[in-house]
Design a protein. Structure first.
Length: 443
């Protein structure tokens, strides 16, 4: 077959694909008919450029590569969260919601066309070296991230366990760029952690929303509730970059008996969803305080918004990231993938949080333990701390022994409360919740 015939066939295929794509995006043929001539003219220009590159570019380039790069550029121009993926990139993306993968453990996005950290995943190499939400990554190794797509950035940052990657970041408040040398490791996708802060107030941390988050959370709550009559919960969604929409809905549903959880609205009516809560078999009427910050994004914002608007929880912390768009992952015929923004989501009150985020009910910034802005808590020596202290009529020897064993068994609560001012404040609010709920305003 001659080169001319091959090009002619390629052009016909491109025209068919782009016209069909336009039909798909518009939802029906009637809307597209008027634009068909313009589409053909644009395709003619595209194929003309392709021919010129094939004929006259300084070195030979494969048509497949050129077309692939053209598709990437087309999708990149839509918004920061849409991207075209090769087969290998698509398979890597699927690992993010199942099992584990090797890398440094950060969620990134393009913000103002700059590669930006949404948040580091708790306990990962990036978290341990001090990468923070809001850091702007300007170099991966010695390569500038300018014009780099999200998937290209992910591919550059990920790597085999034990290998190193150098990131150069700009951070607000720092006079010069910071360079981090990070050793890659297997990133475990453990999304739910929990323990008791007191005998009747529990702490639950959700670090991301993956395929088993709601299931794991449900099991954890049932286990806690078996042996304790809870009077409150702190739900920590700080630095949670999001994840699966379905899991955000299911997690919210665990704490709601009625009402709307989230609404999504897209161009295609199939993307319009109204997710409603179902009556909960387990009565969870205890107060909840949800912790959020600028690293709380996407699915984390859905949960915070659902609990806030349904008057089910008090939101404490700082304003969230503001990612209010829904991406649909599509597997294409050759094994490649398309991550496409298909809808925006809205809180139960009908507010889109895209860019604006969710404002907390109580604004309280995190204060690092080394920062003396907030005074260190004063630890008073009490009678109960003295060895051999006398017991009162509410405390038996058995109870005292069990209390000591429990304290030795788990020091996580004490460590967290010592270093985390937001958790401390949330706990104090929960402790006084019953008192304030009984107060009556003047008539």
């Amino acid at each position: 077959m001659s080169v001319y015939k091959k090009r002619l066939i390629l052009n016909i295929i491109l025209v068919s694909l782009l016209v069909c794509g336009a039909l798909f995006l518009n939802g029906n043929g009637g809307d597209v008919e008027a634009d068909t001539n313009d589409v053909y003219k644009d395709i003619e220009v595209f194929t003309e450029v392709l021919r010129q590159i094939e004929r006259n570019y300084v070195k030979p380039e494969k048509s497949h590569k050129l077309i692939s790069e053209a598709i990437k550029g087309m999708v990149r121009g839509l918004d920061p969260h849409s991207s075209f993926m090769t087969k290998e990139e698509y398979e890597e993306l699927m690992l993010e919601t199942k099992g584990s993968f090797s890398g440094i453990g950060i969620e990134i996005t393009l913000k103002d066309n700059i590669l930006t950290v949404v948040s580091p995943i708790e306990g990962t190499p990036a978290f341990k070296v001090g990468i923070k939400a809001g850091d702007k990554i300007i170099k991966v190794e010695n390569k500038s991230t300018k014009d780099m797509t999200l998937m290209e950035a992910v591919k550059s940052i990920r790597g085999a366990k034990g290998s190193k990657v150098n990131l150069t970041v700009l951070r607000k408040g720092e006079l010069k760029p910071l360079v981090f040398s990070i050793t890659r490791d297997v990133i475990p996708l453990i999304s739910v952690r929990n323990f008791l802060l007191t005998s009747d107030i529990c702490y639950v941390r959700i670090s991301n929303f993956q395929s088993k988050t709601a299931h794991d959370l449900s099991e954890a709550l049932e286990e806690i509730e078996k042996g304790h009559q809870l009077k409150g919960m702190i739900l920590d969604l700080r630095n949670n970059p999001g994840g699966l929409l379905s899991q955000a809905i299911e997690v919210s549903d665990l704490f709601l008996n009625s009402g709307i959880i989230v609404t999504t609205k897209g161009r295609n009516p199939a993307q319009d969803i109204i997710a409603k809560a179902h009556k909960n078999a387990t009565g969870r009427n205890y107060p909840i305080i949800v912790l959020v910050n600028g690293g709380s994004a996407s699915a984390a914002e859905i949960v915070a918004g659902a609990l806030k608007d349904n008057k089910r929880a008090l939101i404490l912390g700082t304003r969230t990231f503001g990612k209010g768009s829904v991406q649909t992952i599509m597997r294409l015929s050759d094994g490649s993938g398309l991550r496409l923004t298909t809808a925006l989501y809205y809180t139960p009150s009908g507010i889109s949080i895209q860019s604006s985020g969710i404002d907390p009910d109580v604004t309280l910034a995190f204060v690092s333990p080394g920062d003396k802005t907030e005074k260190e808590p004063i630890h008073f020596l009490r009678e109960e701390n003295l060895e051999g202290h006398m017991l009162n009529n509410r405390e038996t020897n058995k109870e005292a022994t069990e209390k000591v064993l429990e304290e030795k068994k788990d020091q996580r609560a004490a460590m967290l409360l010592e270093k985390d001012n937001q958790v401390r404040y949330g706990l104090e609010l929960l402790k006084t919740w019953d008192i304030f709920s009984t107060l009556k305003s003047e008539q």
